[in-house]
Design a protein around this ligand. Structure first.
Ligand SMILES: *Cc1c(COP(=O)(O)O)cnc(C)c1O
Length: 359
């Protein structure tokens, strides 16, 4: 009845809504620090732009090409507007790439640990996922990845910075890697968190002008604070961009989503101020973790992955939840991922962790 690959899938367990979880745990207050959402909201310009929308247009299909959003993004990155494809969140682009590129028996490389969607969609297409461990500093090991390429390899995922470790590779390292890979292998760099590095030359979007087998992914869900509106995009060259366009759903971006993303993108000052606040709070988190003797990876993102050394990660997770804070558990035994929140929430969580550890 269904294809063989789908029979073996473990269904994705989505986050409960905050309201559902509050009710389940009988909590008055609950802060979600498990989904890497933007703790500082989104640009105030988004609401202003949406208020101008005419509800009488609800019966009309949206602009299939998202021309307005396309134009401002192309101009910002100084790329040809035809090199952009939008998705209902970056999740849809990840699915589309897998669907268009992979056939049963192909092999896909990804780092481990990394974002779980890459493996899920490879599996649905009947492809084999081969996960390559990180280096000692928790960074994606490009040398080990290059060694893992064989004749069946079709696709390589580089999440940069990497979720859940937060670690980051310089653009030069990625450039050298792509240059050495055969053109028949598509290298996909997921830059969902690139805004949080604080550097301005960290993206590899410009390299799509040089390499036809390079795809760079971005989302509005993190630094732009628009997770609810579901907008992500890919940048790549011909001929792949044409195949992706041909295979995508024609109206995957609602007008609401396009208006919100356009307003958010125009307000780069919101992103800048978010990034400043996140970096300041990230430093305080690092300081705390060092003091608490909890190992962690250097993060270039709005989250930190740390090891609950000398304690039980599951018990700490539950203790924090009872006290109104949800962290991400289950990504690696003994480790938790915390999204960097508001200063007062970060301090409260740090205090709870110290108490839990008896410090
Ligand atoms: C959050 C996230 C995404 C998905 O973003 P959406 O646009 O909300 O679908 C993609 N990649 C990584 C690494 C993420 O952490």
């Amino acid at each position: 009845m269904v294809k063989e690959a789908v029979k073996h899938l473990k269904p994705y367990v989505p986050e409960l809504t905050l309201e559902q979880l509050k009710k389940q745990k009988e909590l008055d207050k609950l802060v979600r620090l498990s989904a890497n959402e933007n703790a500082y909201g989104t640009s105030a310009d988004v609401a202003k732009a949406l208020d101008k929308w005419h509800y009488r247009d609800a019966n009309l299909y949206p602009d299939s090409n998202a021309d307005e959003l396309r134009a401002i993004i192309a101009s910002h990155f100084d790329i040809n507007a035809d090199k952009l494809i939008f998705g209902n969140g970056l999740d849809e682009i990840i699915e589309l790439l897998s669907r268009v590129i992979l056939e049963p028996g192909d092999e896909v490389l990804d780092p481990a640990p990394t974002f779980s969607e890459y493996a899920l969609h490879a599996e649905i297409e009947g492809a084999e996922i081969r996960s390559v461990g990180l280096d000692d500093s928790g960074r994606i090991d490009l040398k080990a990845m290059a060694r893992s390429i064989n004749a069946k390899t079709k696709m390589i995922w580089i999440c940069n910075p990497n979720n859940p470790t937060g670690t980051f590779l310089e653009a030069d390292a990625i450039r050298a890697f792509v240059a050495a890979v055969s053109e028949s292998v598509t290298v996909i760099v997921d830059e969902a968190y690139i805004d949080f590095t604080g550097g301005i030359h960290d993206s590899v979007i410009q390299l799509t002008k040089e390499f036809k087998n390079l795809v760079v992914l971005r989302t509005f869900s993190k630094a732009y604070g628009l997770a609810n509106f579901r907008v992500g995009f890919a940048v790549c060259s011909d001929p792949l961009i044409g195949y992706l366009q041909a295979a995508r759903l024609p109206y995957n971006l609602s007008t609401f989503a396009e208006i919100a993303a356009t307003a958010a993108f125009k307000d780069q000052s919101f992103v800048d101020s978010t990034v400043k606040k996140v970096i300041a709070e990230r430093k305080k988190w690092e300081h705390f973790l060092i003091k608490a003797c909890l190992p962690f990876y250097d993060s270039a993102t709005n989250f930190i992955f740390f090891q609950v050394k000398g304690g039980d990660a599951n018990a700490l997770h539950d203790y924090l939840l009872e006290n109104g804070y949800l962290l991400r558990n289950g990504l690696r035994q003994g480790w938790l991922r915390v999204t960097i929140g508001h200063p007062e929430d970060n301090q409260a969580v740090q205090k709870l962790i110290a108490t839990f550890l008896g410090q």
